[in-house]
Design a protein around this ligand. Sequence first.
Ligand SMILES: [Zn+2]
Length: 109
Amino acid sequence: MLAQWLEEGLRGRTEFGVSGAGDLAATLMPKGLIGALWLQAALAITGKADYRQCTDCPTWFALSPEQGRPDKRFCSDACRMRAYRKRRKKAGRGKTREKETVGHNRKGA
Ligand SMILES: [Zn+2]
C-alpha cells in the first residue's frame, strides 16, 4: 500500500535521465521541487541513496553510499572543474590570465 502511494506520487514527477560527463550515471531525475520531495520521501523509506542538486547546474543526482563520496556536490566532473576554475579565478584575480570558455557555461547542457 505504501509502495502504491509512493508510485503514484512519483509518477509524472520524475523521469529517467543520464547525468555526468566523465562518470555517466543513469538516474531518476525529479521534475522540479515537488518531484524532488517525492523522490526523497521514496528514497528515505526504501533506504536508498539521497539526492542532491548540483552546486553548479540544475541537475539532480544520486548520492549512493556505494560510491563512498557522501560529500559529492557536483553532478559531473565538468561541473566540478567549472566550479574549481571559478574559484581559482576569484582567488587569483590579476595573477593568471585565463581565457573564458564561454561555450561550456551553458546551463543544463
Ligand atoms: Zn552539474
